[in-house]
Design a protein around this ligand. Structure first.
Ligand code: CA
Length: 99
């Protein structure tokens, strides 16, 4: 009887180890922030403006095009994108979903 209990206990540990190993491989969910948090880091700050400035005046296919900087999603990086980011400057971004 002790052998059976030992085998059951070992099988349980192996199963538990397998479950823990599978869970450890799961990547944590990545939060999604509003488009005005251009670099998606949870806060609207100067780095978002730097990214937008680098893409300013661009459009899809342009060498400096960065879709993340197209905050208003109209296919061009212009002042309106900056104005939206400016409206939220220094705010913490709310999480709107997960990848
Ligand atoms: Ca940011």
């Amino acid at each position: 009887m002790k052998k059976v209990m030992l085998i059951v206990a070992l099988l349980g540990l192996v199963t538990l180890g397998f479950v823990v190993a599978v869970k450890a491989d799961d990547a944590p969910p990545v939060p999604i922030y509003p488009a005005y948090d251009v670099n998606q880091d949870g806060v609207v700050e100067m780095m978002d403006f730097f990214i937008m400035a680098n893409a300013f005046g661009s459009y899809p296919g342009h060498a400096r095009w960065n879709p993340a900087a197209d905050v208003v999603a109209d296919g061009k990086i212009e002042m309106m994108d900056f104005l939206v980011v400016a409206q939220h400057f220094s705010e913490k971004s709310p999480i709107i979903g997960y990848k």
